[in-house]
Structure formats: C-alpha cells, structure tokens
Design a protein around this ligand. Structure first.
Ligand SMILES: O=C(O)CCC(=O)C(=O)O
Length: 316
C-alpha cells in the first residue's frame, strides 16, 4: 500500500477527527492526486520511467503494425487527431458488426429487463456480465479487430491497453442532486497513467436526435478554449455558452450499429440526457495509452501480438 492509499484508508475508517478544516484539507489532497489533478503530469512521466521497456516495445510494435495503414483508416486517424472524433462504421468488419447486433438482439435486450441502475450514474443501467470478458466473446473479437487496433495504435503511436468496456443502457431518470448528473455534465476523462484515452463506441440503438441523449462533444480546438479550474471538474452548459462555444457543440447522431472513435480525454463531452419515453444503448470500449491496472480479460483463444499486448496489462 502506498502512503497515499494508506492515508485514504485511514480517513475512510476514522472520518475527519479534526473537523471541517481537516475535511477541506483532505478534499484538496484528493484534488491534487485525482486523475484530473495537476499530479497527472507527474504520473505520466513516472509511468514512462517505471515502464520504459514496455513503452518502447509498444511504440516499436505500433510503428511496425501501422506502416502500411489503409488510406481510409489513415484519413480517420487524421480526423481523430484533429477533431478528437471520427466515424468508423465503414472500417469495421461487417460480419463482426452483424454478430454484435445479434448479441444485442438476442442477449442484451433480455438483460435490459432485469438491469439495475448504477449508484453513481442513476441513468446508466449496465448490461455487461463478468462472463463477457473473454477473448472468444463477440465483444472482444469485435474490439480487437485489426482496423480498430490499427487506428488506435496509429493515433497513440503506441499499441494501446484495452480497459474494461461497458454496455450501458441510458434511461430517462429525473435527477435532483447535481453530483448524480455525472456524465450528463461536460467533462474530460482522465486515466490512471496520466496519458491519453480514446474509446470506440457502438450505438446499439438508433440515435437520430437529441431526444435519445447522444454523446455530445466539443471538438479538440473548441475544448482547448473551455475555461476550467486548476483542478478540472464537471462544467455546466451556461459556461459553454458564456465562452461562446455553443456553436461548436457536436451531438453524435447515427443509426443503430454506428461505430465511432472519440478522444474523451481531449474533447469535453456529455451525454445520456435521454428524453422521456426514449432510451439509448451503447457499447464503450476504452483504450488507454498508459495503464497500470490488472488484467481483466480471460484469454480463451490463441492470440497473437499486438492483440495480445492490448489485453495484457501492467499490474497496478
Ligand atoms: O453517456 C454519455 O453519453 C456520456 C458518457 C461519458 O461521459 C463517458 O463515457 O465518459
């Protein structure tokens, strides 16, 4: 256990015996150490120093794997780099996409009937099952396909780590407490390794209008203009409007089985503002450039590099 973890554990057990000032001090420590806090820059460097061998191997493997990038994928990667977003449906294997759709139709719709709300995001109803995290499962076969891994590797300049994916059904839920609006408010995503994150998203249901709560982004350039505090937190629509960025807001629409890549690390984003009588089901497959977490995927099929590297993690 690190000293920071030890201190946190102590606080969890003891509360704040020195009162309000003690609480405030702890919140400040959390802000500094939090994923989005200023310590992320230190974490990014520390990660590279600590895992230099792996960083070099992943860089070299990415160079090799992406040297003959198909022009259409290279164009998507360019868009992703510039705007933080690129539609990717045309680049994925249609057979895998069809299999993914069958998984939704035959299995996920049944899970939806018994799904329960997430305590931290009351509008999210998870449709994942622990048994899904294995390489012969369509979710893994889909996300490990060549075009996706090539695009993310080219974007990062490094073979990525896959982080635990989620399938979320977003429903219309009235929320009183601001904290529980969570990802319905504008924010950036930060990672344990302090480095970039890109997710592949799949819409399992049609998202033709704002009523279905599309993922909504501010492209990279506009995101850079957002005024946030030293400890970046979630921000309100009014702040986006005051910064004259409302014109740049881009809701991501698409019919079911639309696939896209998005840098939620560089693009402010929000979503799941689902209107009454609507719902939205998405698969979110997050890739991190640096990740010190334990492996979560069961390797049940023969796997070659770089796919093997994508599911192999550096233990936390
Ligand atoms: O539900 C949404 O559209 C937003 C999700 C989100 O903010 C995230 O995945 O970081």
């Amino acid at each position: 256990m690190t000293p920071v973890q030890l201190a946190k554990d102590l606080h969890r057990r003891m509360g704040y015996p020195l009162g309000k000032a003690h609480y405030r001090m702890q919140m400040l420590v959390n802000d500094i150490n939090g994923y989005g806090g200023p310590m992320r820059h230190v974490r990014k460097i520390a990660y590279k120093v600590k895992n230099l061998g792996d960083v070099m191997i992943r860089r070299k493997a990415a160079q090799e794997y992406t040297k003959d990038l198909k022009p259409s994928i290279a164009a998507r990667v360019k868009e992703l780099r510039k705007n933080g977003f690129a539609y990717f449906t045309e680049e994925v294997d249609p057979q895998l996409l069809a299999e993914l759709k069958s998984f939704y139709d035959e299995t996920l719709t049944k899970r939806s009937e018994v799904a329960t709300a997430s305590p931290s995001h009351p509008f999210f109803f998870s449709l994942m099952d622990d048994a899904d995290y294995k390489t012969d499962h369509i979710l893994l076969r889909f996300v490990l396909q060549e075009s996706i891994i090539k695009a993310v590797s080219a974007h990062f300049g490094s073979v990525p780590f896959l982080n635990p994916m989620g399938i979320q059904e977003s429903r219309h839920v009235k929320i009183e407490k601001k904290a529980l609006r969570a990802s319905q408010q504008w924010h950036l995503d930060y990672t344990t390794g302090g480095d970039e994150a890109v997710s592949a998203w799949v819409y399992f249901t049609d998202v033709p209008t704002v009523a279905q709560g599309p993922l909504t982004i501010l492209p990279v350039e506009a995101s850079r203009k957002v005024k946030n505090t030293f400890f970046p937190g979630r921000i309100e629509d009014e702040q986006i409007e005051q910064s004259e960025l409302a014109k740049d807001v881009q809701p991501i629409f698409g019919p079911k089985m639309t696939v896209f890549l998005v840098s939620t690390h560089r693009c402010y984003h929000m979503g799941s503002r689902v209107h009454e009588g609507e719902k939205r089901v998405v698969g979110i497959f997050p890739f991190y450039k640096a990740a010190d977490i334990d492996e979560f995927v069961k390797v049940t099929t023969p796997l070659e590099n770089p796919q093997k590297m994508v599911v192999s993690h550096i233990p936390a």
